[in-house]
Design a protein around this ligand. Sequence first.
Ligand code: PMP
Length: 389
Amino acid sequence: MNFWNQELSLLKAEGLHRELKRLESSQSPRVIIDNREVIMLASNNYLGLSTEQEIKEAVIRVIQKYGTGSGGSRLTTGNYDLHEQLEKELADFKNTEDALVFNTGYMANLGVLATVVGSEDVIISDKLNHASIIDGCRLSKAKFLVYKHGNLARLENILKRSSKYRRRLIVTDGVFSMDGDLAPLPEIVELAEKYQALVMVDDAHGTGVLGSKGAGTIEHFGLEGKIDIQIGTLSKALAAEGGFVAGSKDLIELLRNKARSFIYSTALAPATIAASLASLRYLQSHPELFKNLWRNVNLLKDGLEDLGYELLPSNSAIIPIMIGDREKTMELSKALLVEGVLASGIRPPTVAEGTSRIRVTVMASHSVTDIEEVLDIFARVGRELKLIR
Ligand code: PMP
């Protein structure tokens, strides 16, 4: 019997089979797929920095000096001056004492959660938290309690009922990756203080996007110094790959000693670190990036709403267009691609049944013309599929 084939057939029958798209160009506002140029509306390269000349040149210089692979884990032979410099600058950017880089945001969540809590503790988690948080919670062996998305009354109820645990950790995305909305962090911090809980915020989609200097959701809400554990990723606005944790000196020292996904994995290559470092410096000296990003977000949101699409009320560079039905969602995504827009269809199990959506993301590097063309295509395709009038 072919087990794999059976499982694949099941996925196909349920309409949940996934396929990879193949890009043949950089993550620019316009990309090449199947020899055809389409407008990219699905990249997390929010500030468009992955193609910035100054950053590419910094990476090339680092490759010339250090070569390609890092050659070992950070605690053996893979720790370069560049890793430490990036951690110092990330801590400054996030206004914390220290920071630690992991190989992905996913690994940061796994390593941190499995280190800071254990079987005597409880994790209190927003229903829509990212999969890597959920997997980290499972790995930690802590009791795992979930509150309805953004619902403070439910969160408080759980806090009231959970005083028997050694540690209580509230964990939330800063910007929710599929809805694009923000966690109510000021209220969460208030509750955490009232019930002596720790707070961990995963700001993968806020970093480089929110706050006046782009430091993220915590800067946006003015909560510097009030969040115990901040997670970020280098793979989105910072245009490279990797994840990081920012927090107190003691937290970072503990993670350096105990986080298994940090200890037992080869360090990120110097070139990757150089890309993040150059991006971090670049975004701090180019405030016009934020202006362009928000201009594009607002142009696209207003335009889609004027066309009659239903948007979720997001506050980030993530704009979810609600369709509901999974087949219709994938049909729209395919038709958009044929007409020249790459926009991802998101369906269960990533989102709840009946809430399938097109999740579009904009970049600072999109021009007004790009956005206008996108809107023309959404108008045409939406009418053809009878999604709008
Ligand atoms: N947290 C959130 C909220 C995310 O959206 C993602 C990536 N999609 C991650 C963590 C994982 O980060 P990375 O891609 O760097 O592994």
